[in-house]
Design a protein around this ligand. Sequence first.
Ligand code: ADP
Ligand code: 5GP
Length: 226
Amino acid sequence: MTSVFIISAPSGSGKSTLVNEIRKIVPGLDFSISYTTRAPRGSEQNGREYFFVTRPEFEDMIRRDEFLEHADVFGNYYGTARRFLREAQEHGHDLLLDIDVQGAEQMIHKVPDAVSIFILPPNREQLEWRLRTRGQDIPEVIDRRLVTASREIENYPKYSYILINDRLEESTDSLRAILLAERLQRTHAEPSGETADLMEKAERCRLCNVRDRLQPILASFRAGGR
Ligand code: ADP
Ligand code: 5GP
């Protein structure tokens, strides 16, 4: 059975970096390439990062009910095509979605056993530093992303797992553990030494087990927003 993994994060938290790492090390995982009406950035290619379409094309797809979910994010449409889930099911693969909070809510409603993961930076200062050193945005855009991030992170309670992306290697390992532990649970595999280790690592990222570590992160954003 296909598992759907939803990943959301405030911009600059390291979501793309983590998703790229995880796709290299977890087999049988399809990645849904979203449709968007925003213009391509930098070296982005149609059909690789996104399918870039016009607003009328996107609206036609909505009318034809081709999306599992879609949302307006920063004034542009973004959507997940149903065919990605269908294809993953045909291949017996799992499906990874990189979508925003609104899309995640719609997906959880449609696919109640989807696994949702929220990625957070270690604090506001680190997020700002990552956005500046990534060198992709002008200062005004970075400021806007920081304000948006302060709002977005308040959605963390809607997710099953919270991944605090401090050290990349550790975060990749934790994300792998979440995906594999969920797979194991769904296949009712016999527990072994390695599976117990994965389960324990995944368990540490469950919402109920990160609440204490979250408090200083939330506080850094609440203080920074003033
Ligand atoms: P997002 O996809 O969430 O917008 P990116 O993956 O583009 O974020 O990461 C933002 C910047 O932070 C990039 O320059 C990336 O190399 C860097 N980065 C990602 N994860 C880490 C980490 N754990 N520690 C330090 N820098 C990181
Ligand atoms: P960006 O334009 O920076 O690539 O993405 C902006 C936001 O849109 C990110 O939060 C990203 O997760 C979200 N996004 C990308 N694809 C989709 C999608 O198919 N559906 C929804 N709801 N959000 C998406």
